[in-house]
Design a protein around this ligand. Structure first.
Ligand SMILES: [Zn+2]
Length: 676
């Protein structure tokens, strides 16, 4: 059976409507990582898996302040049974502003217990020392739009405030502009930080926040609130649900979806969890009925607390890791594109983890519109040809979900992600099941099932076929790079710039070929013999050579037009002081998995923390997060920081040597890497 026939079978058995029911069921649980609500969601998935005839179990990991899963700290379980915020003065304004029972997102998650009546003080933002000049916040609650961890540090820990009212709403361009969703609340949580003072906090809507700010600015009467929070933090557990479709070898394909997040969080990520469930059910029933043969390798599906669950699972299964041949991450896959403004994306693993995995996923995705019974596909008006009505794209690695851990070369499980982004309702109380679309769930879930089953069955014939696909895609990339250089050359008027264009192309193509060879090499994980990897690699090298010559002919043509006989060698670029320093440092990793500085900042001294805070604040966008992850992925104990910066520049288009140096120095100080 070829992959198209497998796709057809899966597509026809997978029910987007049934997956939608699971989204709706899961969205009724308040699924905070390590909490009773999360546990109930895990039990529901486990029970449904068992009913569908799958081998399933619940794994449990410690949720406390002492456990470390590689470089990722565990944290305590949290339970909240009730919380209310009531405005009690000015007395003509009395009203309930937040009720945990009605909207659990109206509480900052992991708030600690409190009962009492307190005055509210206005902070614009509260992230800088100067914001507190002339303000007395002791014993009061602060109203702020700033980062709640920073506000907790400055207002609560250092100045004695008792709690925080947060009325921010993150802008998500272009689908959630400033001021949008004025009656929704943003998912906000205190993260684990053993050094920090704990406190309570509530999340207001933008509209409530504006009204309260007006009252405070008018200053006619003090603004007072009555607060009651009933909650507790304690040593507990966090669960990972696991289902296995057994194969004949000890190799495995992983399918992961995070099960956590507050009620309702339908798209993020009841959708991924539901799509993975329906994928498991579909495969198992097709195998049971004999329509699909049982796979060679096992397919292991995991529903887990985002990031922490993946770290916990991998740290426990370190001995099996080399047998996990590839994975797929389903995160936010259910979007109704009309409402959320999203596009359906395949996010590639980082280039340091080059492999066959994203190429296979894209190939299978491109088959979808031609499948029988495919929804959301239209014929042209004369009936010739069919095309998708949904938006879709393939994007480079940016991280932010479990594939960020699995794809790390120190883990070695290349894992693309299926996601929809942007999403107007992301991380708010408005991420409800009616924002999801059964067609999106079906597309993502059926594609993931086909991908996992293909990998679980693949042998030498399939590996070689995929190799041909990969080389074809590489050729297209090389042609595009050469053509872009030829186009640039036509607009240049001096020999030095022409020479530089060729040198840049040379560098880019050498990088692409290096990544392609590495990716082709991973086909040996599908078939250790009878695989034509050297032939495929040689063909890629030939294609590169051909395109370089072709681009050179365009450059020569331009040089002749300009009356130049020969091109000068491009002058070497001078290294900055930072780059010189970066050239002398060679980071080697001491711990598996990526390192998030945010979870370890409390172990650093005040000065280091402040420097890092200013550094990332100055960068404004979130790119620092991806760049720092990429830096560790490339760190192999042989490359210098400068070489890593060069690689990241080609991979991401960004060069930030200052950031990489600062990040790696702090990671070294924390003991996760050593400089050689
Ligand atoms: Zn998510």
């Amino acid at each position: 059976m070829n992959s198209r026939q497998v796709s057809e079978l899966i597509w026809q058995s997978f029910s987007g409507e049934a997956a939608w029911q699971v989204v709706s069921d899961l969205s009724r649980f308040h699924r905070i990582q390590a909490s009773p609500g999360y546990r109930r969601a895990a039990q529901l998935i486990h029970q449904r898996l068992a009913q569908a005839g799958l081998q399933a179990e619940i794994l449990s990991y410690p949720a406390d302040q002492d456990t470390l899963f590689w470089g990722w700290p565990s944290f305590q379980e949290w339970d909240c049974t009730g919380a209310e915020l009531r405005l009690v003065a000015p007395h003509d304004q009395v009203q309930v502003l937040a009720d945990f029972r009605a909207c659990p997102i109206s509480l900052i998650q992991r708030s600690t217990p409190f009962e009492g009546e307190v005055e509210v003080v206005l902070l614009e933002d509260g992230e800088e020392e100067a914001d507190y000049d002339g303000l007395d916040v002791a014993g009061k609650v602060v109203l702020s739009r700033g980062d709640v961890h920073r506000v907790r540090e400055l207002a609560v820990q250092q100045r004695g405030a008792v709690g925080i009212l947060f009325d921010g709403m993150r802008v998500v361009r272009p689908v959630r502009p400033e001021g949008d969703l004025a009656d929704a609340r943003q998912y906000t949580s205190f993260w684990w930080d053993p050094g920090a003072t704990t406190c309570f906090g509530f999340v207001l809507t933008l509209r409530q926040g504006q009204a309260m700010r007006r009252l405070l600015k008018e200053g006619k009467e003090p603004v007072r609130v009555r607060v009651k929070v009933e909650s507790r933090l304690y040593d507990g557990a966090m669960e990972v649900v696991q289902a296995t479709i057994p194969g004949q070898t000890d190799e495995q394909v992983l399918v992961v979806a995070h099960l956590c997040h507050p009620l309702p969080s339908a798209n993020d990520n009841a959708s991924g969890a539901a799509a993975a469930f329906e994928a498991a059910r579909t495969l198992q029933s097709l195998i049971n009925s004999g329509q699909l043969p049982g796979p060679r390798r096992s397919i292991r599906l995991l529903w887990l607390p985002e990031m922490t669950g993946t770290f916990a699972f991998l740290a426990q299964h370190e001995g099996q890791m080399s047998r996990f041949i590839a994975g797929i991450n389903l995160d936010m896959v259910g979007e109704d594109q009309g409402q959320t403004g999203s596009s359906w994306l395949i996010e590639r693993p980082p280039e340091a983890a080059a492999s066959f995995a994203p190429e296979l996923l894209v190939r299978l995705r491109d088959d979808l519109p031609g499948l029988k019974g495919m929804v959301d596909v239209a014929p042209s008006h004369t009936g010739l040809g069919a095309y998708p009505l949904y938006r879709q794209a393939e994007v480079p690695f940016s991280g932010g979900s479990d594939h960020y851990i699995l794809s790390d070369p120190s883990v070695g499980v290349p894992t693309p992600m299926i996601i929809q982004w942007p999403d107007r309702f992301y991380h708010t109380s408005a991420d409800t099941p009616d924002r999801t679309d059964p067609r999106s769930l079906a597309r993502a879930g059926a594609l993931a099932a086909t991908y996992a089953y293909w990998l679980a069955c693949a042998g030498a014939a399939e590996a070689n076929l995929l190799g041909y696909e990969m080389v074809a895609r590489f050729k297209a990339q090389a042609i595009e790079a050469a053509q872009s250089a030829a186009r640039d050359a036509a607009g240049l008027a001096d020999g030095e710039s022409l020479a530089r264009t060729m040198a840049d192309l040379d560098r880019r193509l050498a990088y692409l070929l290096g990544r392609q060879k590495a990716a082709l090499q991973t086909l040996d994980r599908l078939a250790s013999t009878d695989c034509i990897i050297p032939e495929l690699q040689a063909e890629a090298a030939r294609a590169l050579h051909h395109e370089l010559e072709w681009a050179q002919s365009a450059v020569d043509l331009r040089a002749a037009e300009l009356g130049l006989d020969s091109l000068p060698a491009p002058s070497p670029q001078e290294l900055s002081e930072e780059e010189q320093e970066a050239a002398t440092l060679i980071p080697a990793r001491l711990v598996r998995g990526p390192i998030s500085l945010a979870h370890h900042l409390h172990r650093l001294d005040e000065q280091s923390r402040e420097r890092w805070r200013q550094l990332i604040k100055a960068r404004k966008d979130g790119a620092f997060y991806t760049l720092s992850a990429l830096a560790l992925y490339w760190a192999d104990g042989a490359r210098s920081v400068l070489e890593i910066a060069d690689l990241i520049e080609i991979e991401s288009g960004k060069r930030d040597v200052e950031l990489l140096l600062a990040y790696l120095r702090l990671v070294e100080e924390l003991g996760f890497i050593a400089f050689q």
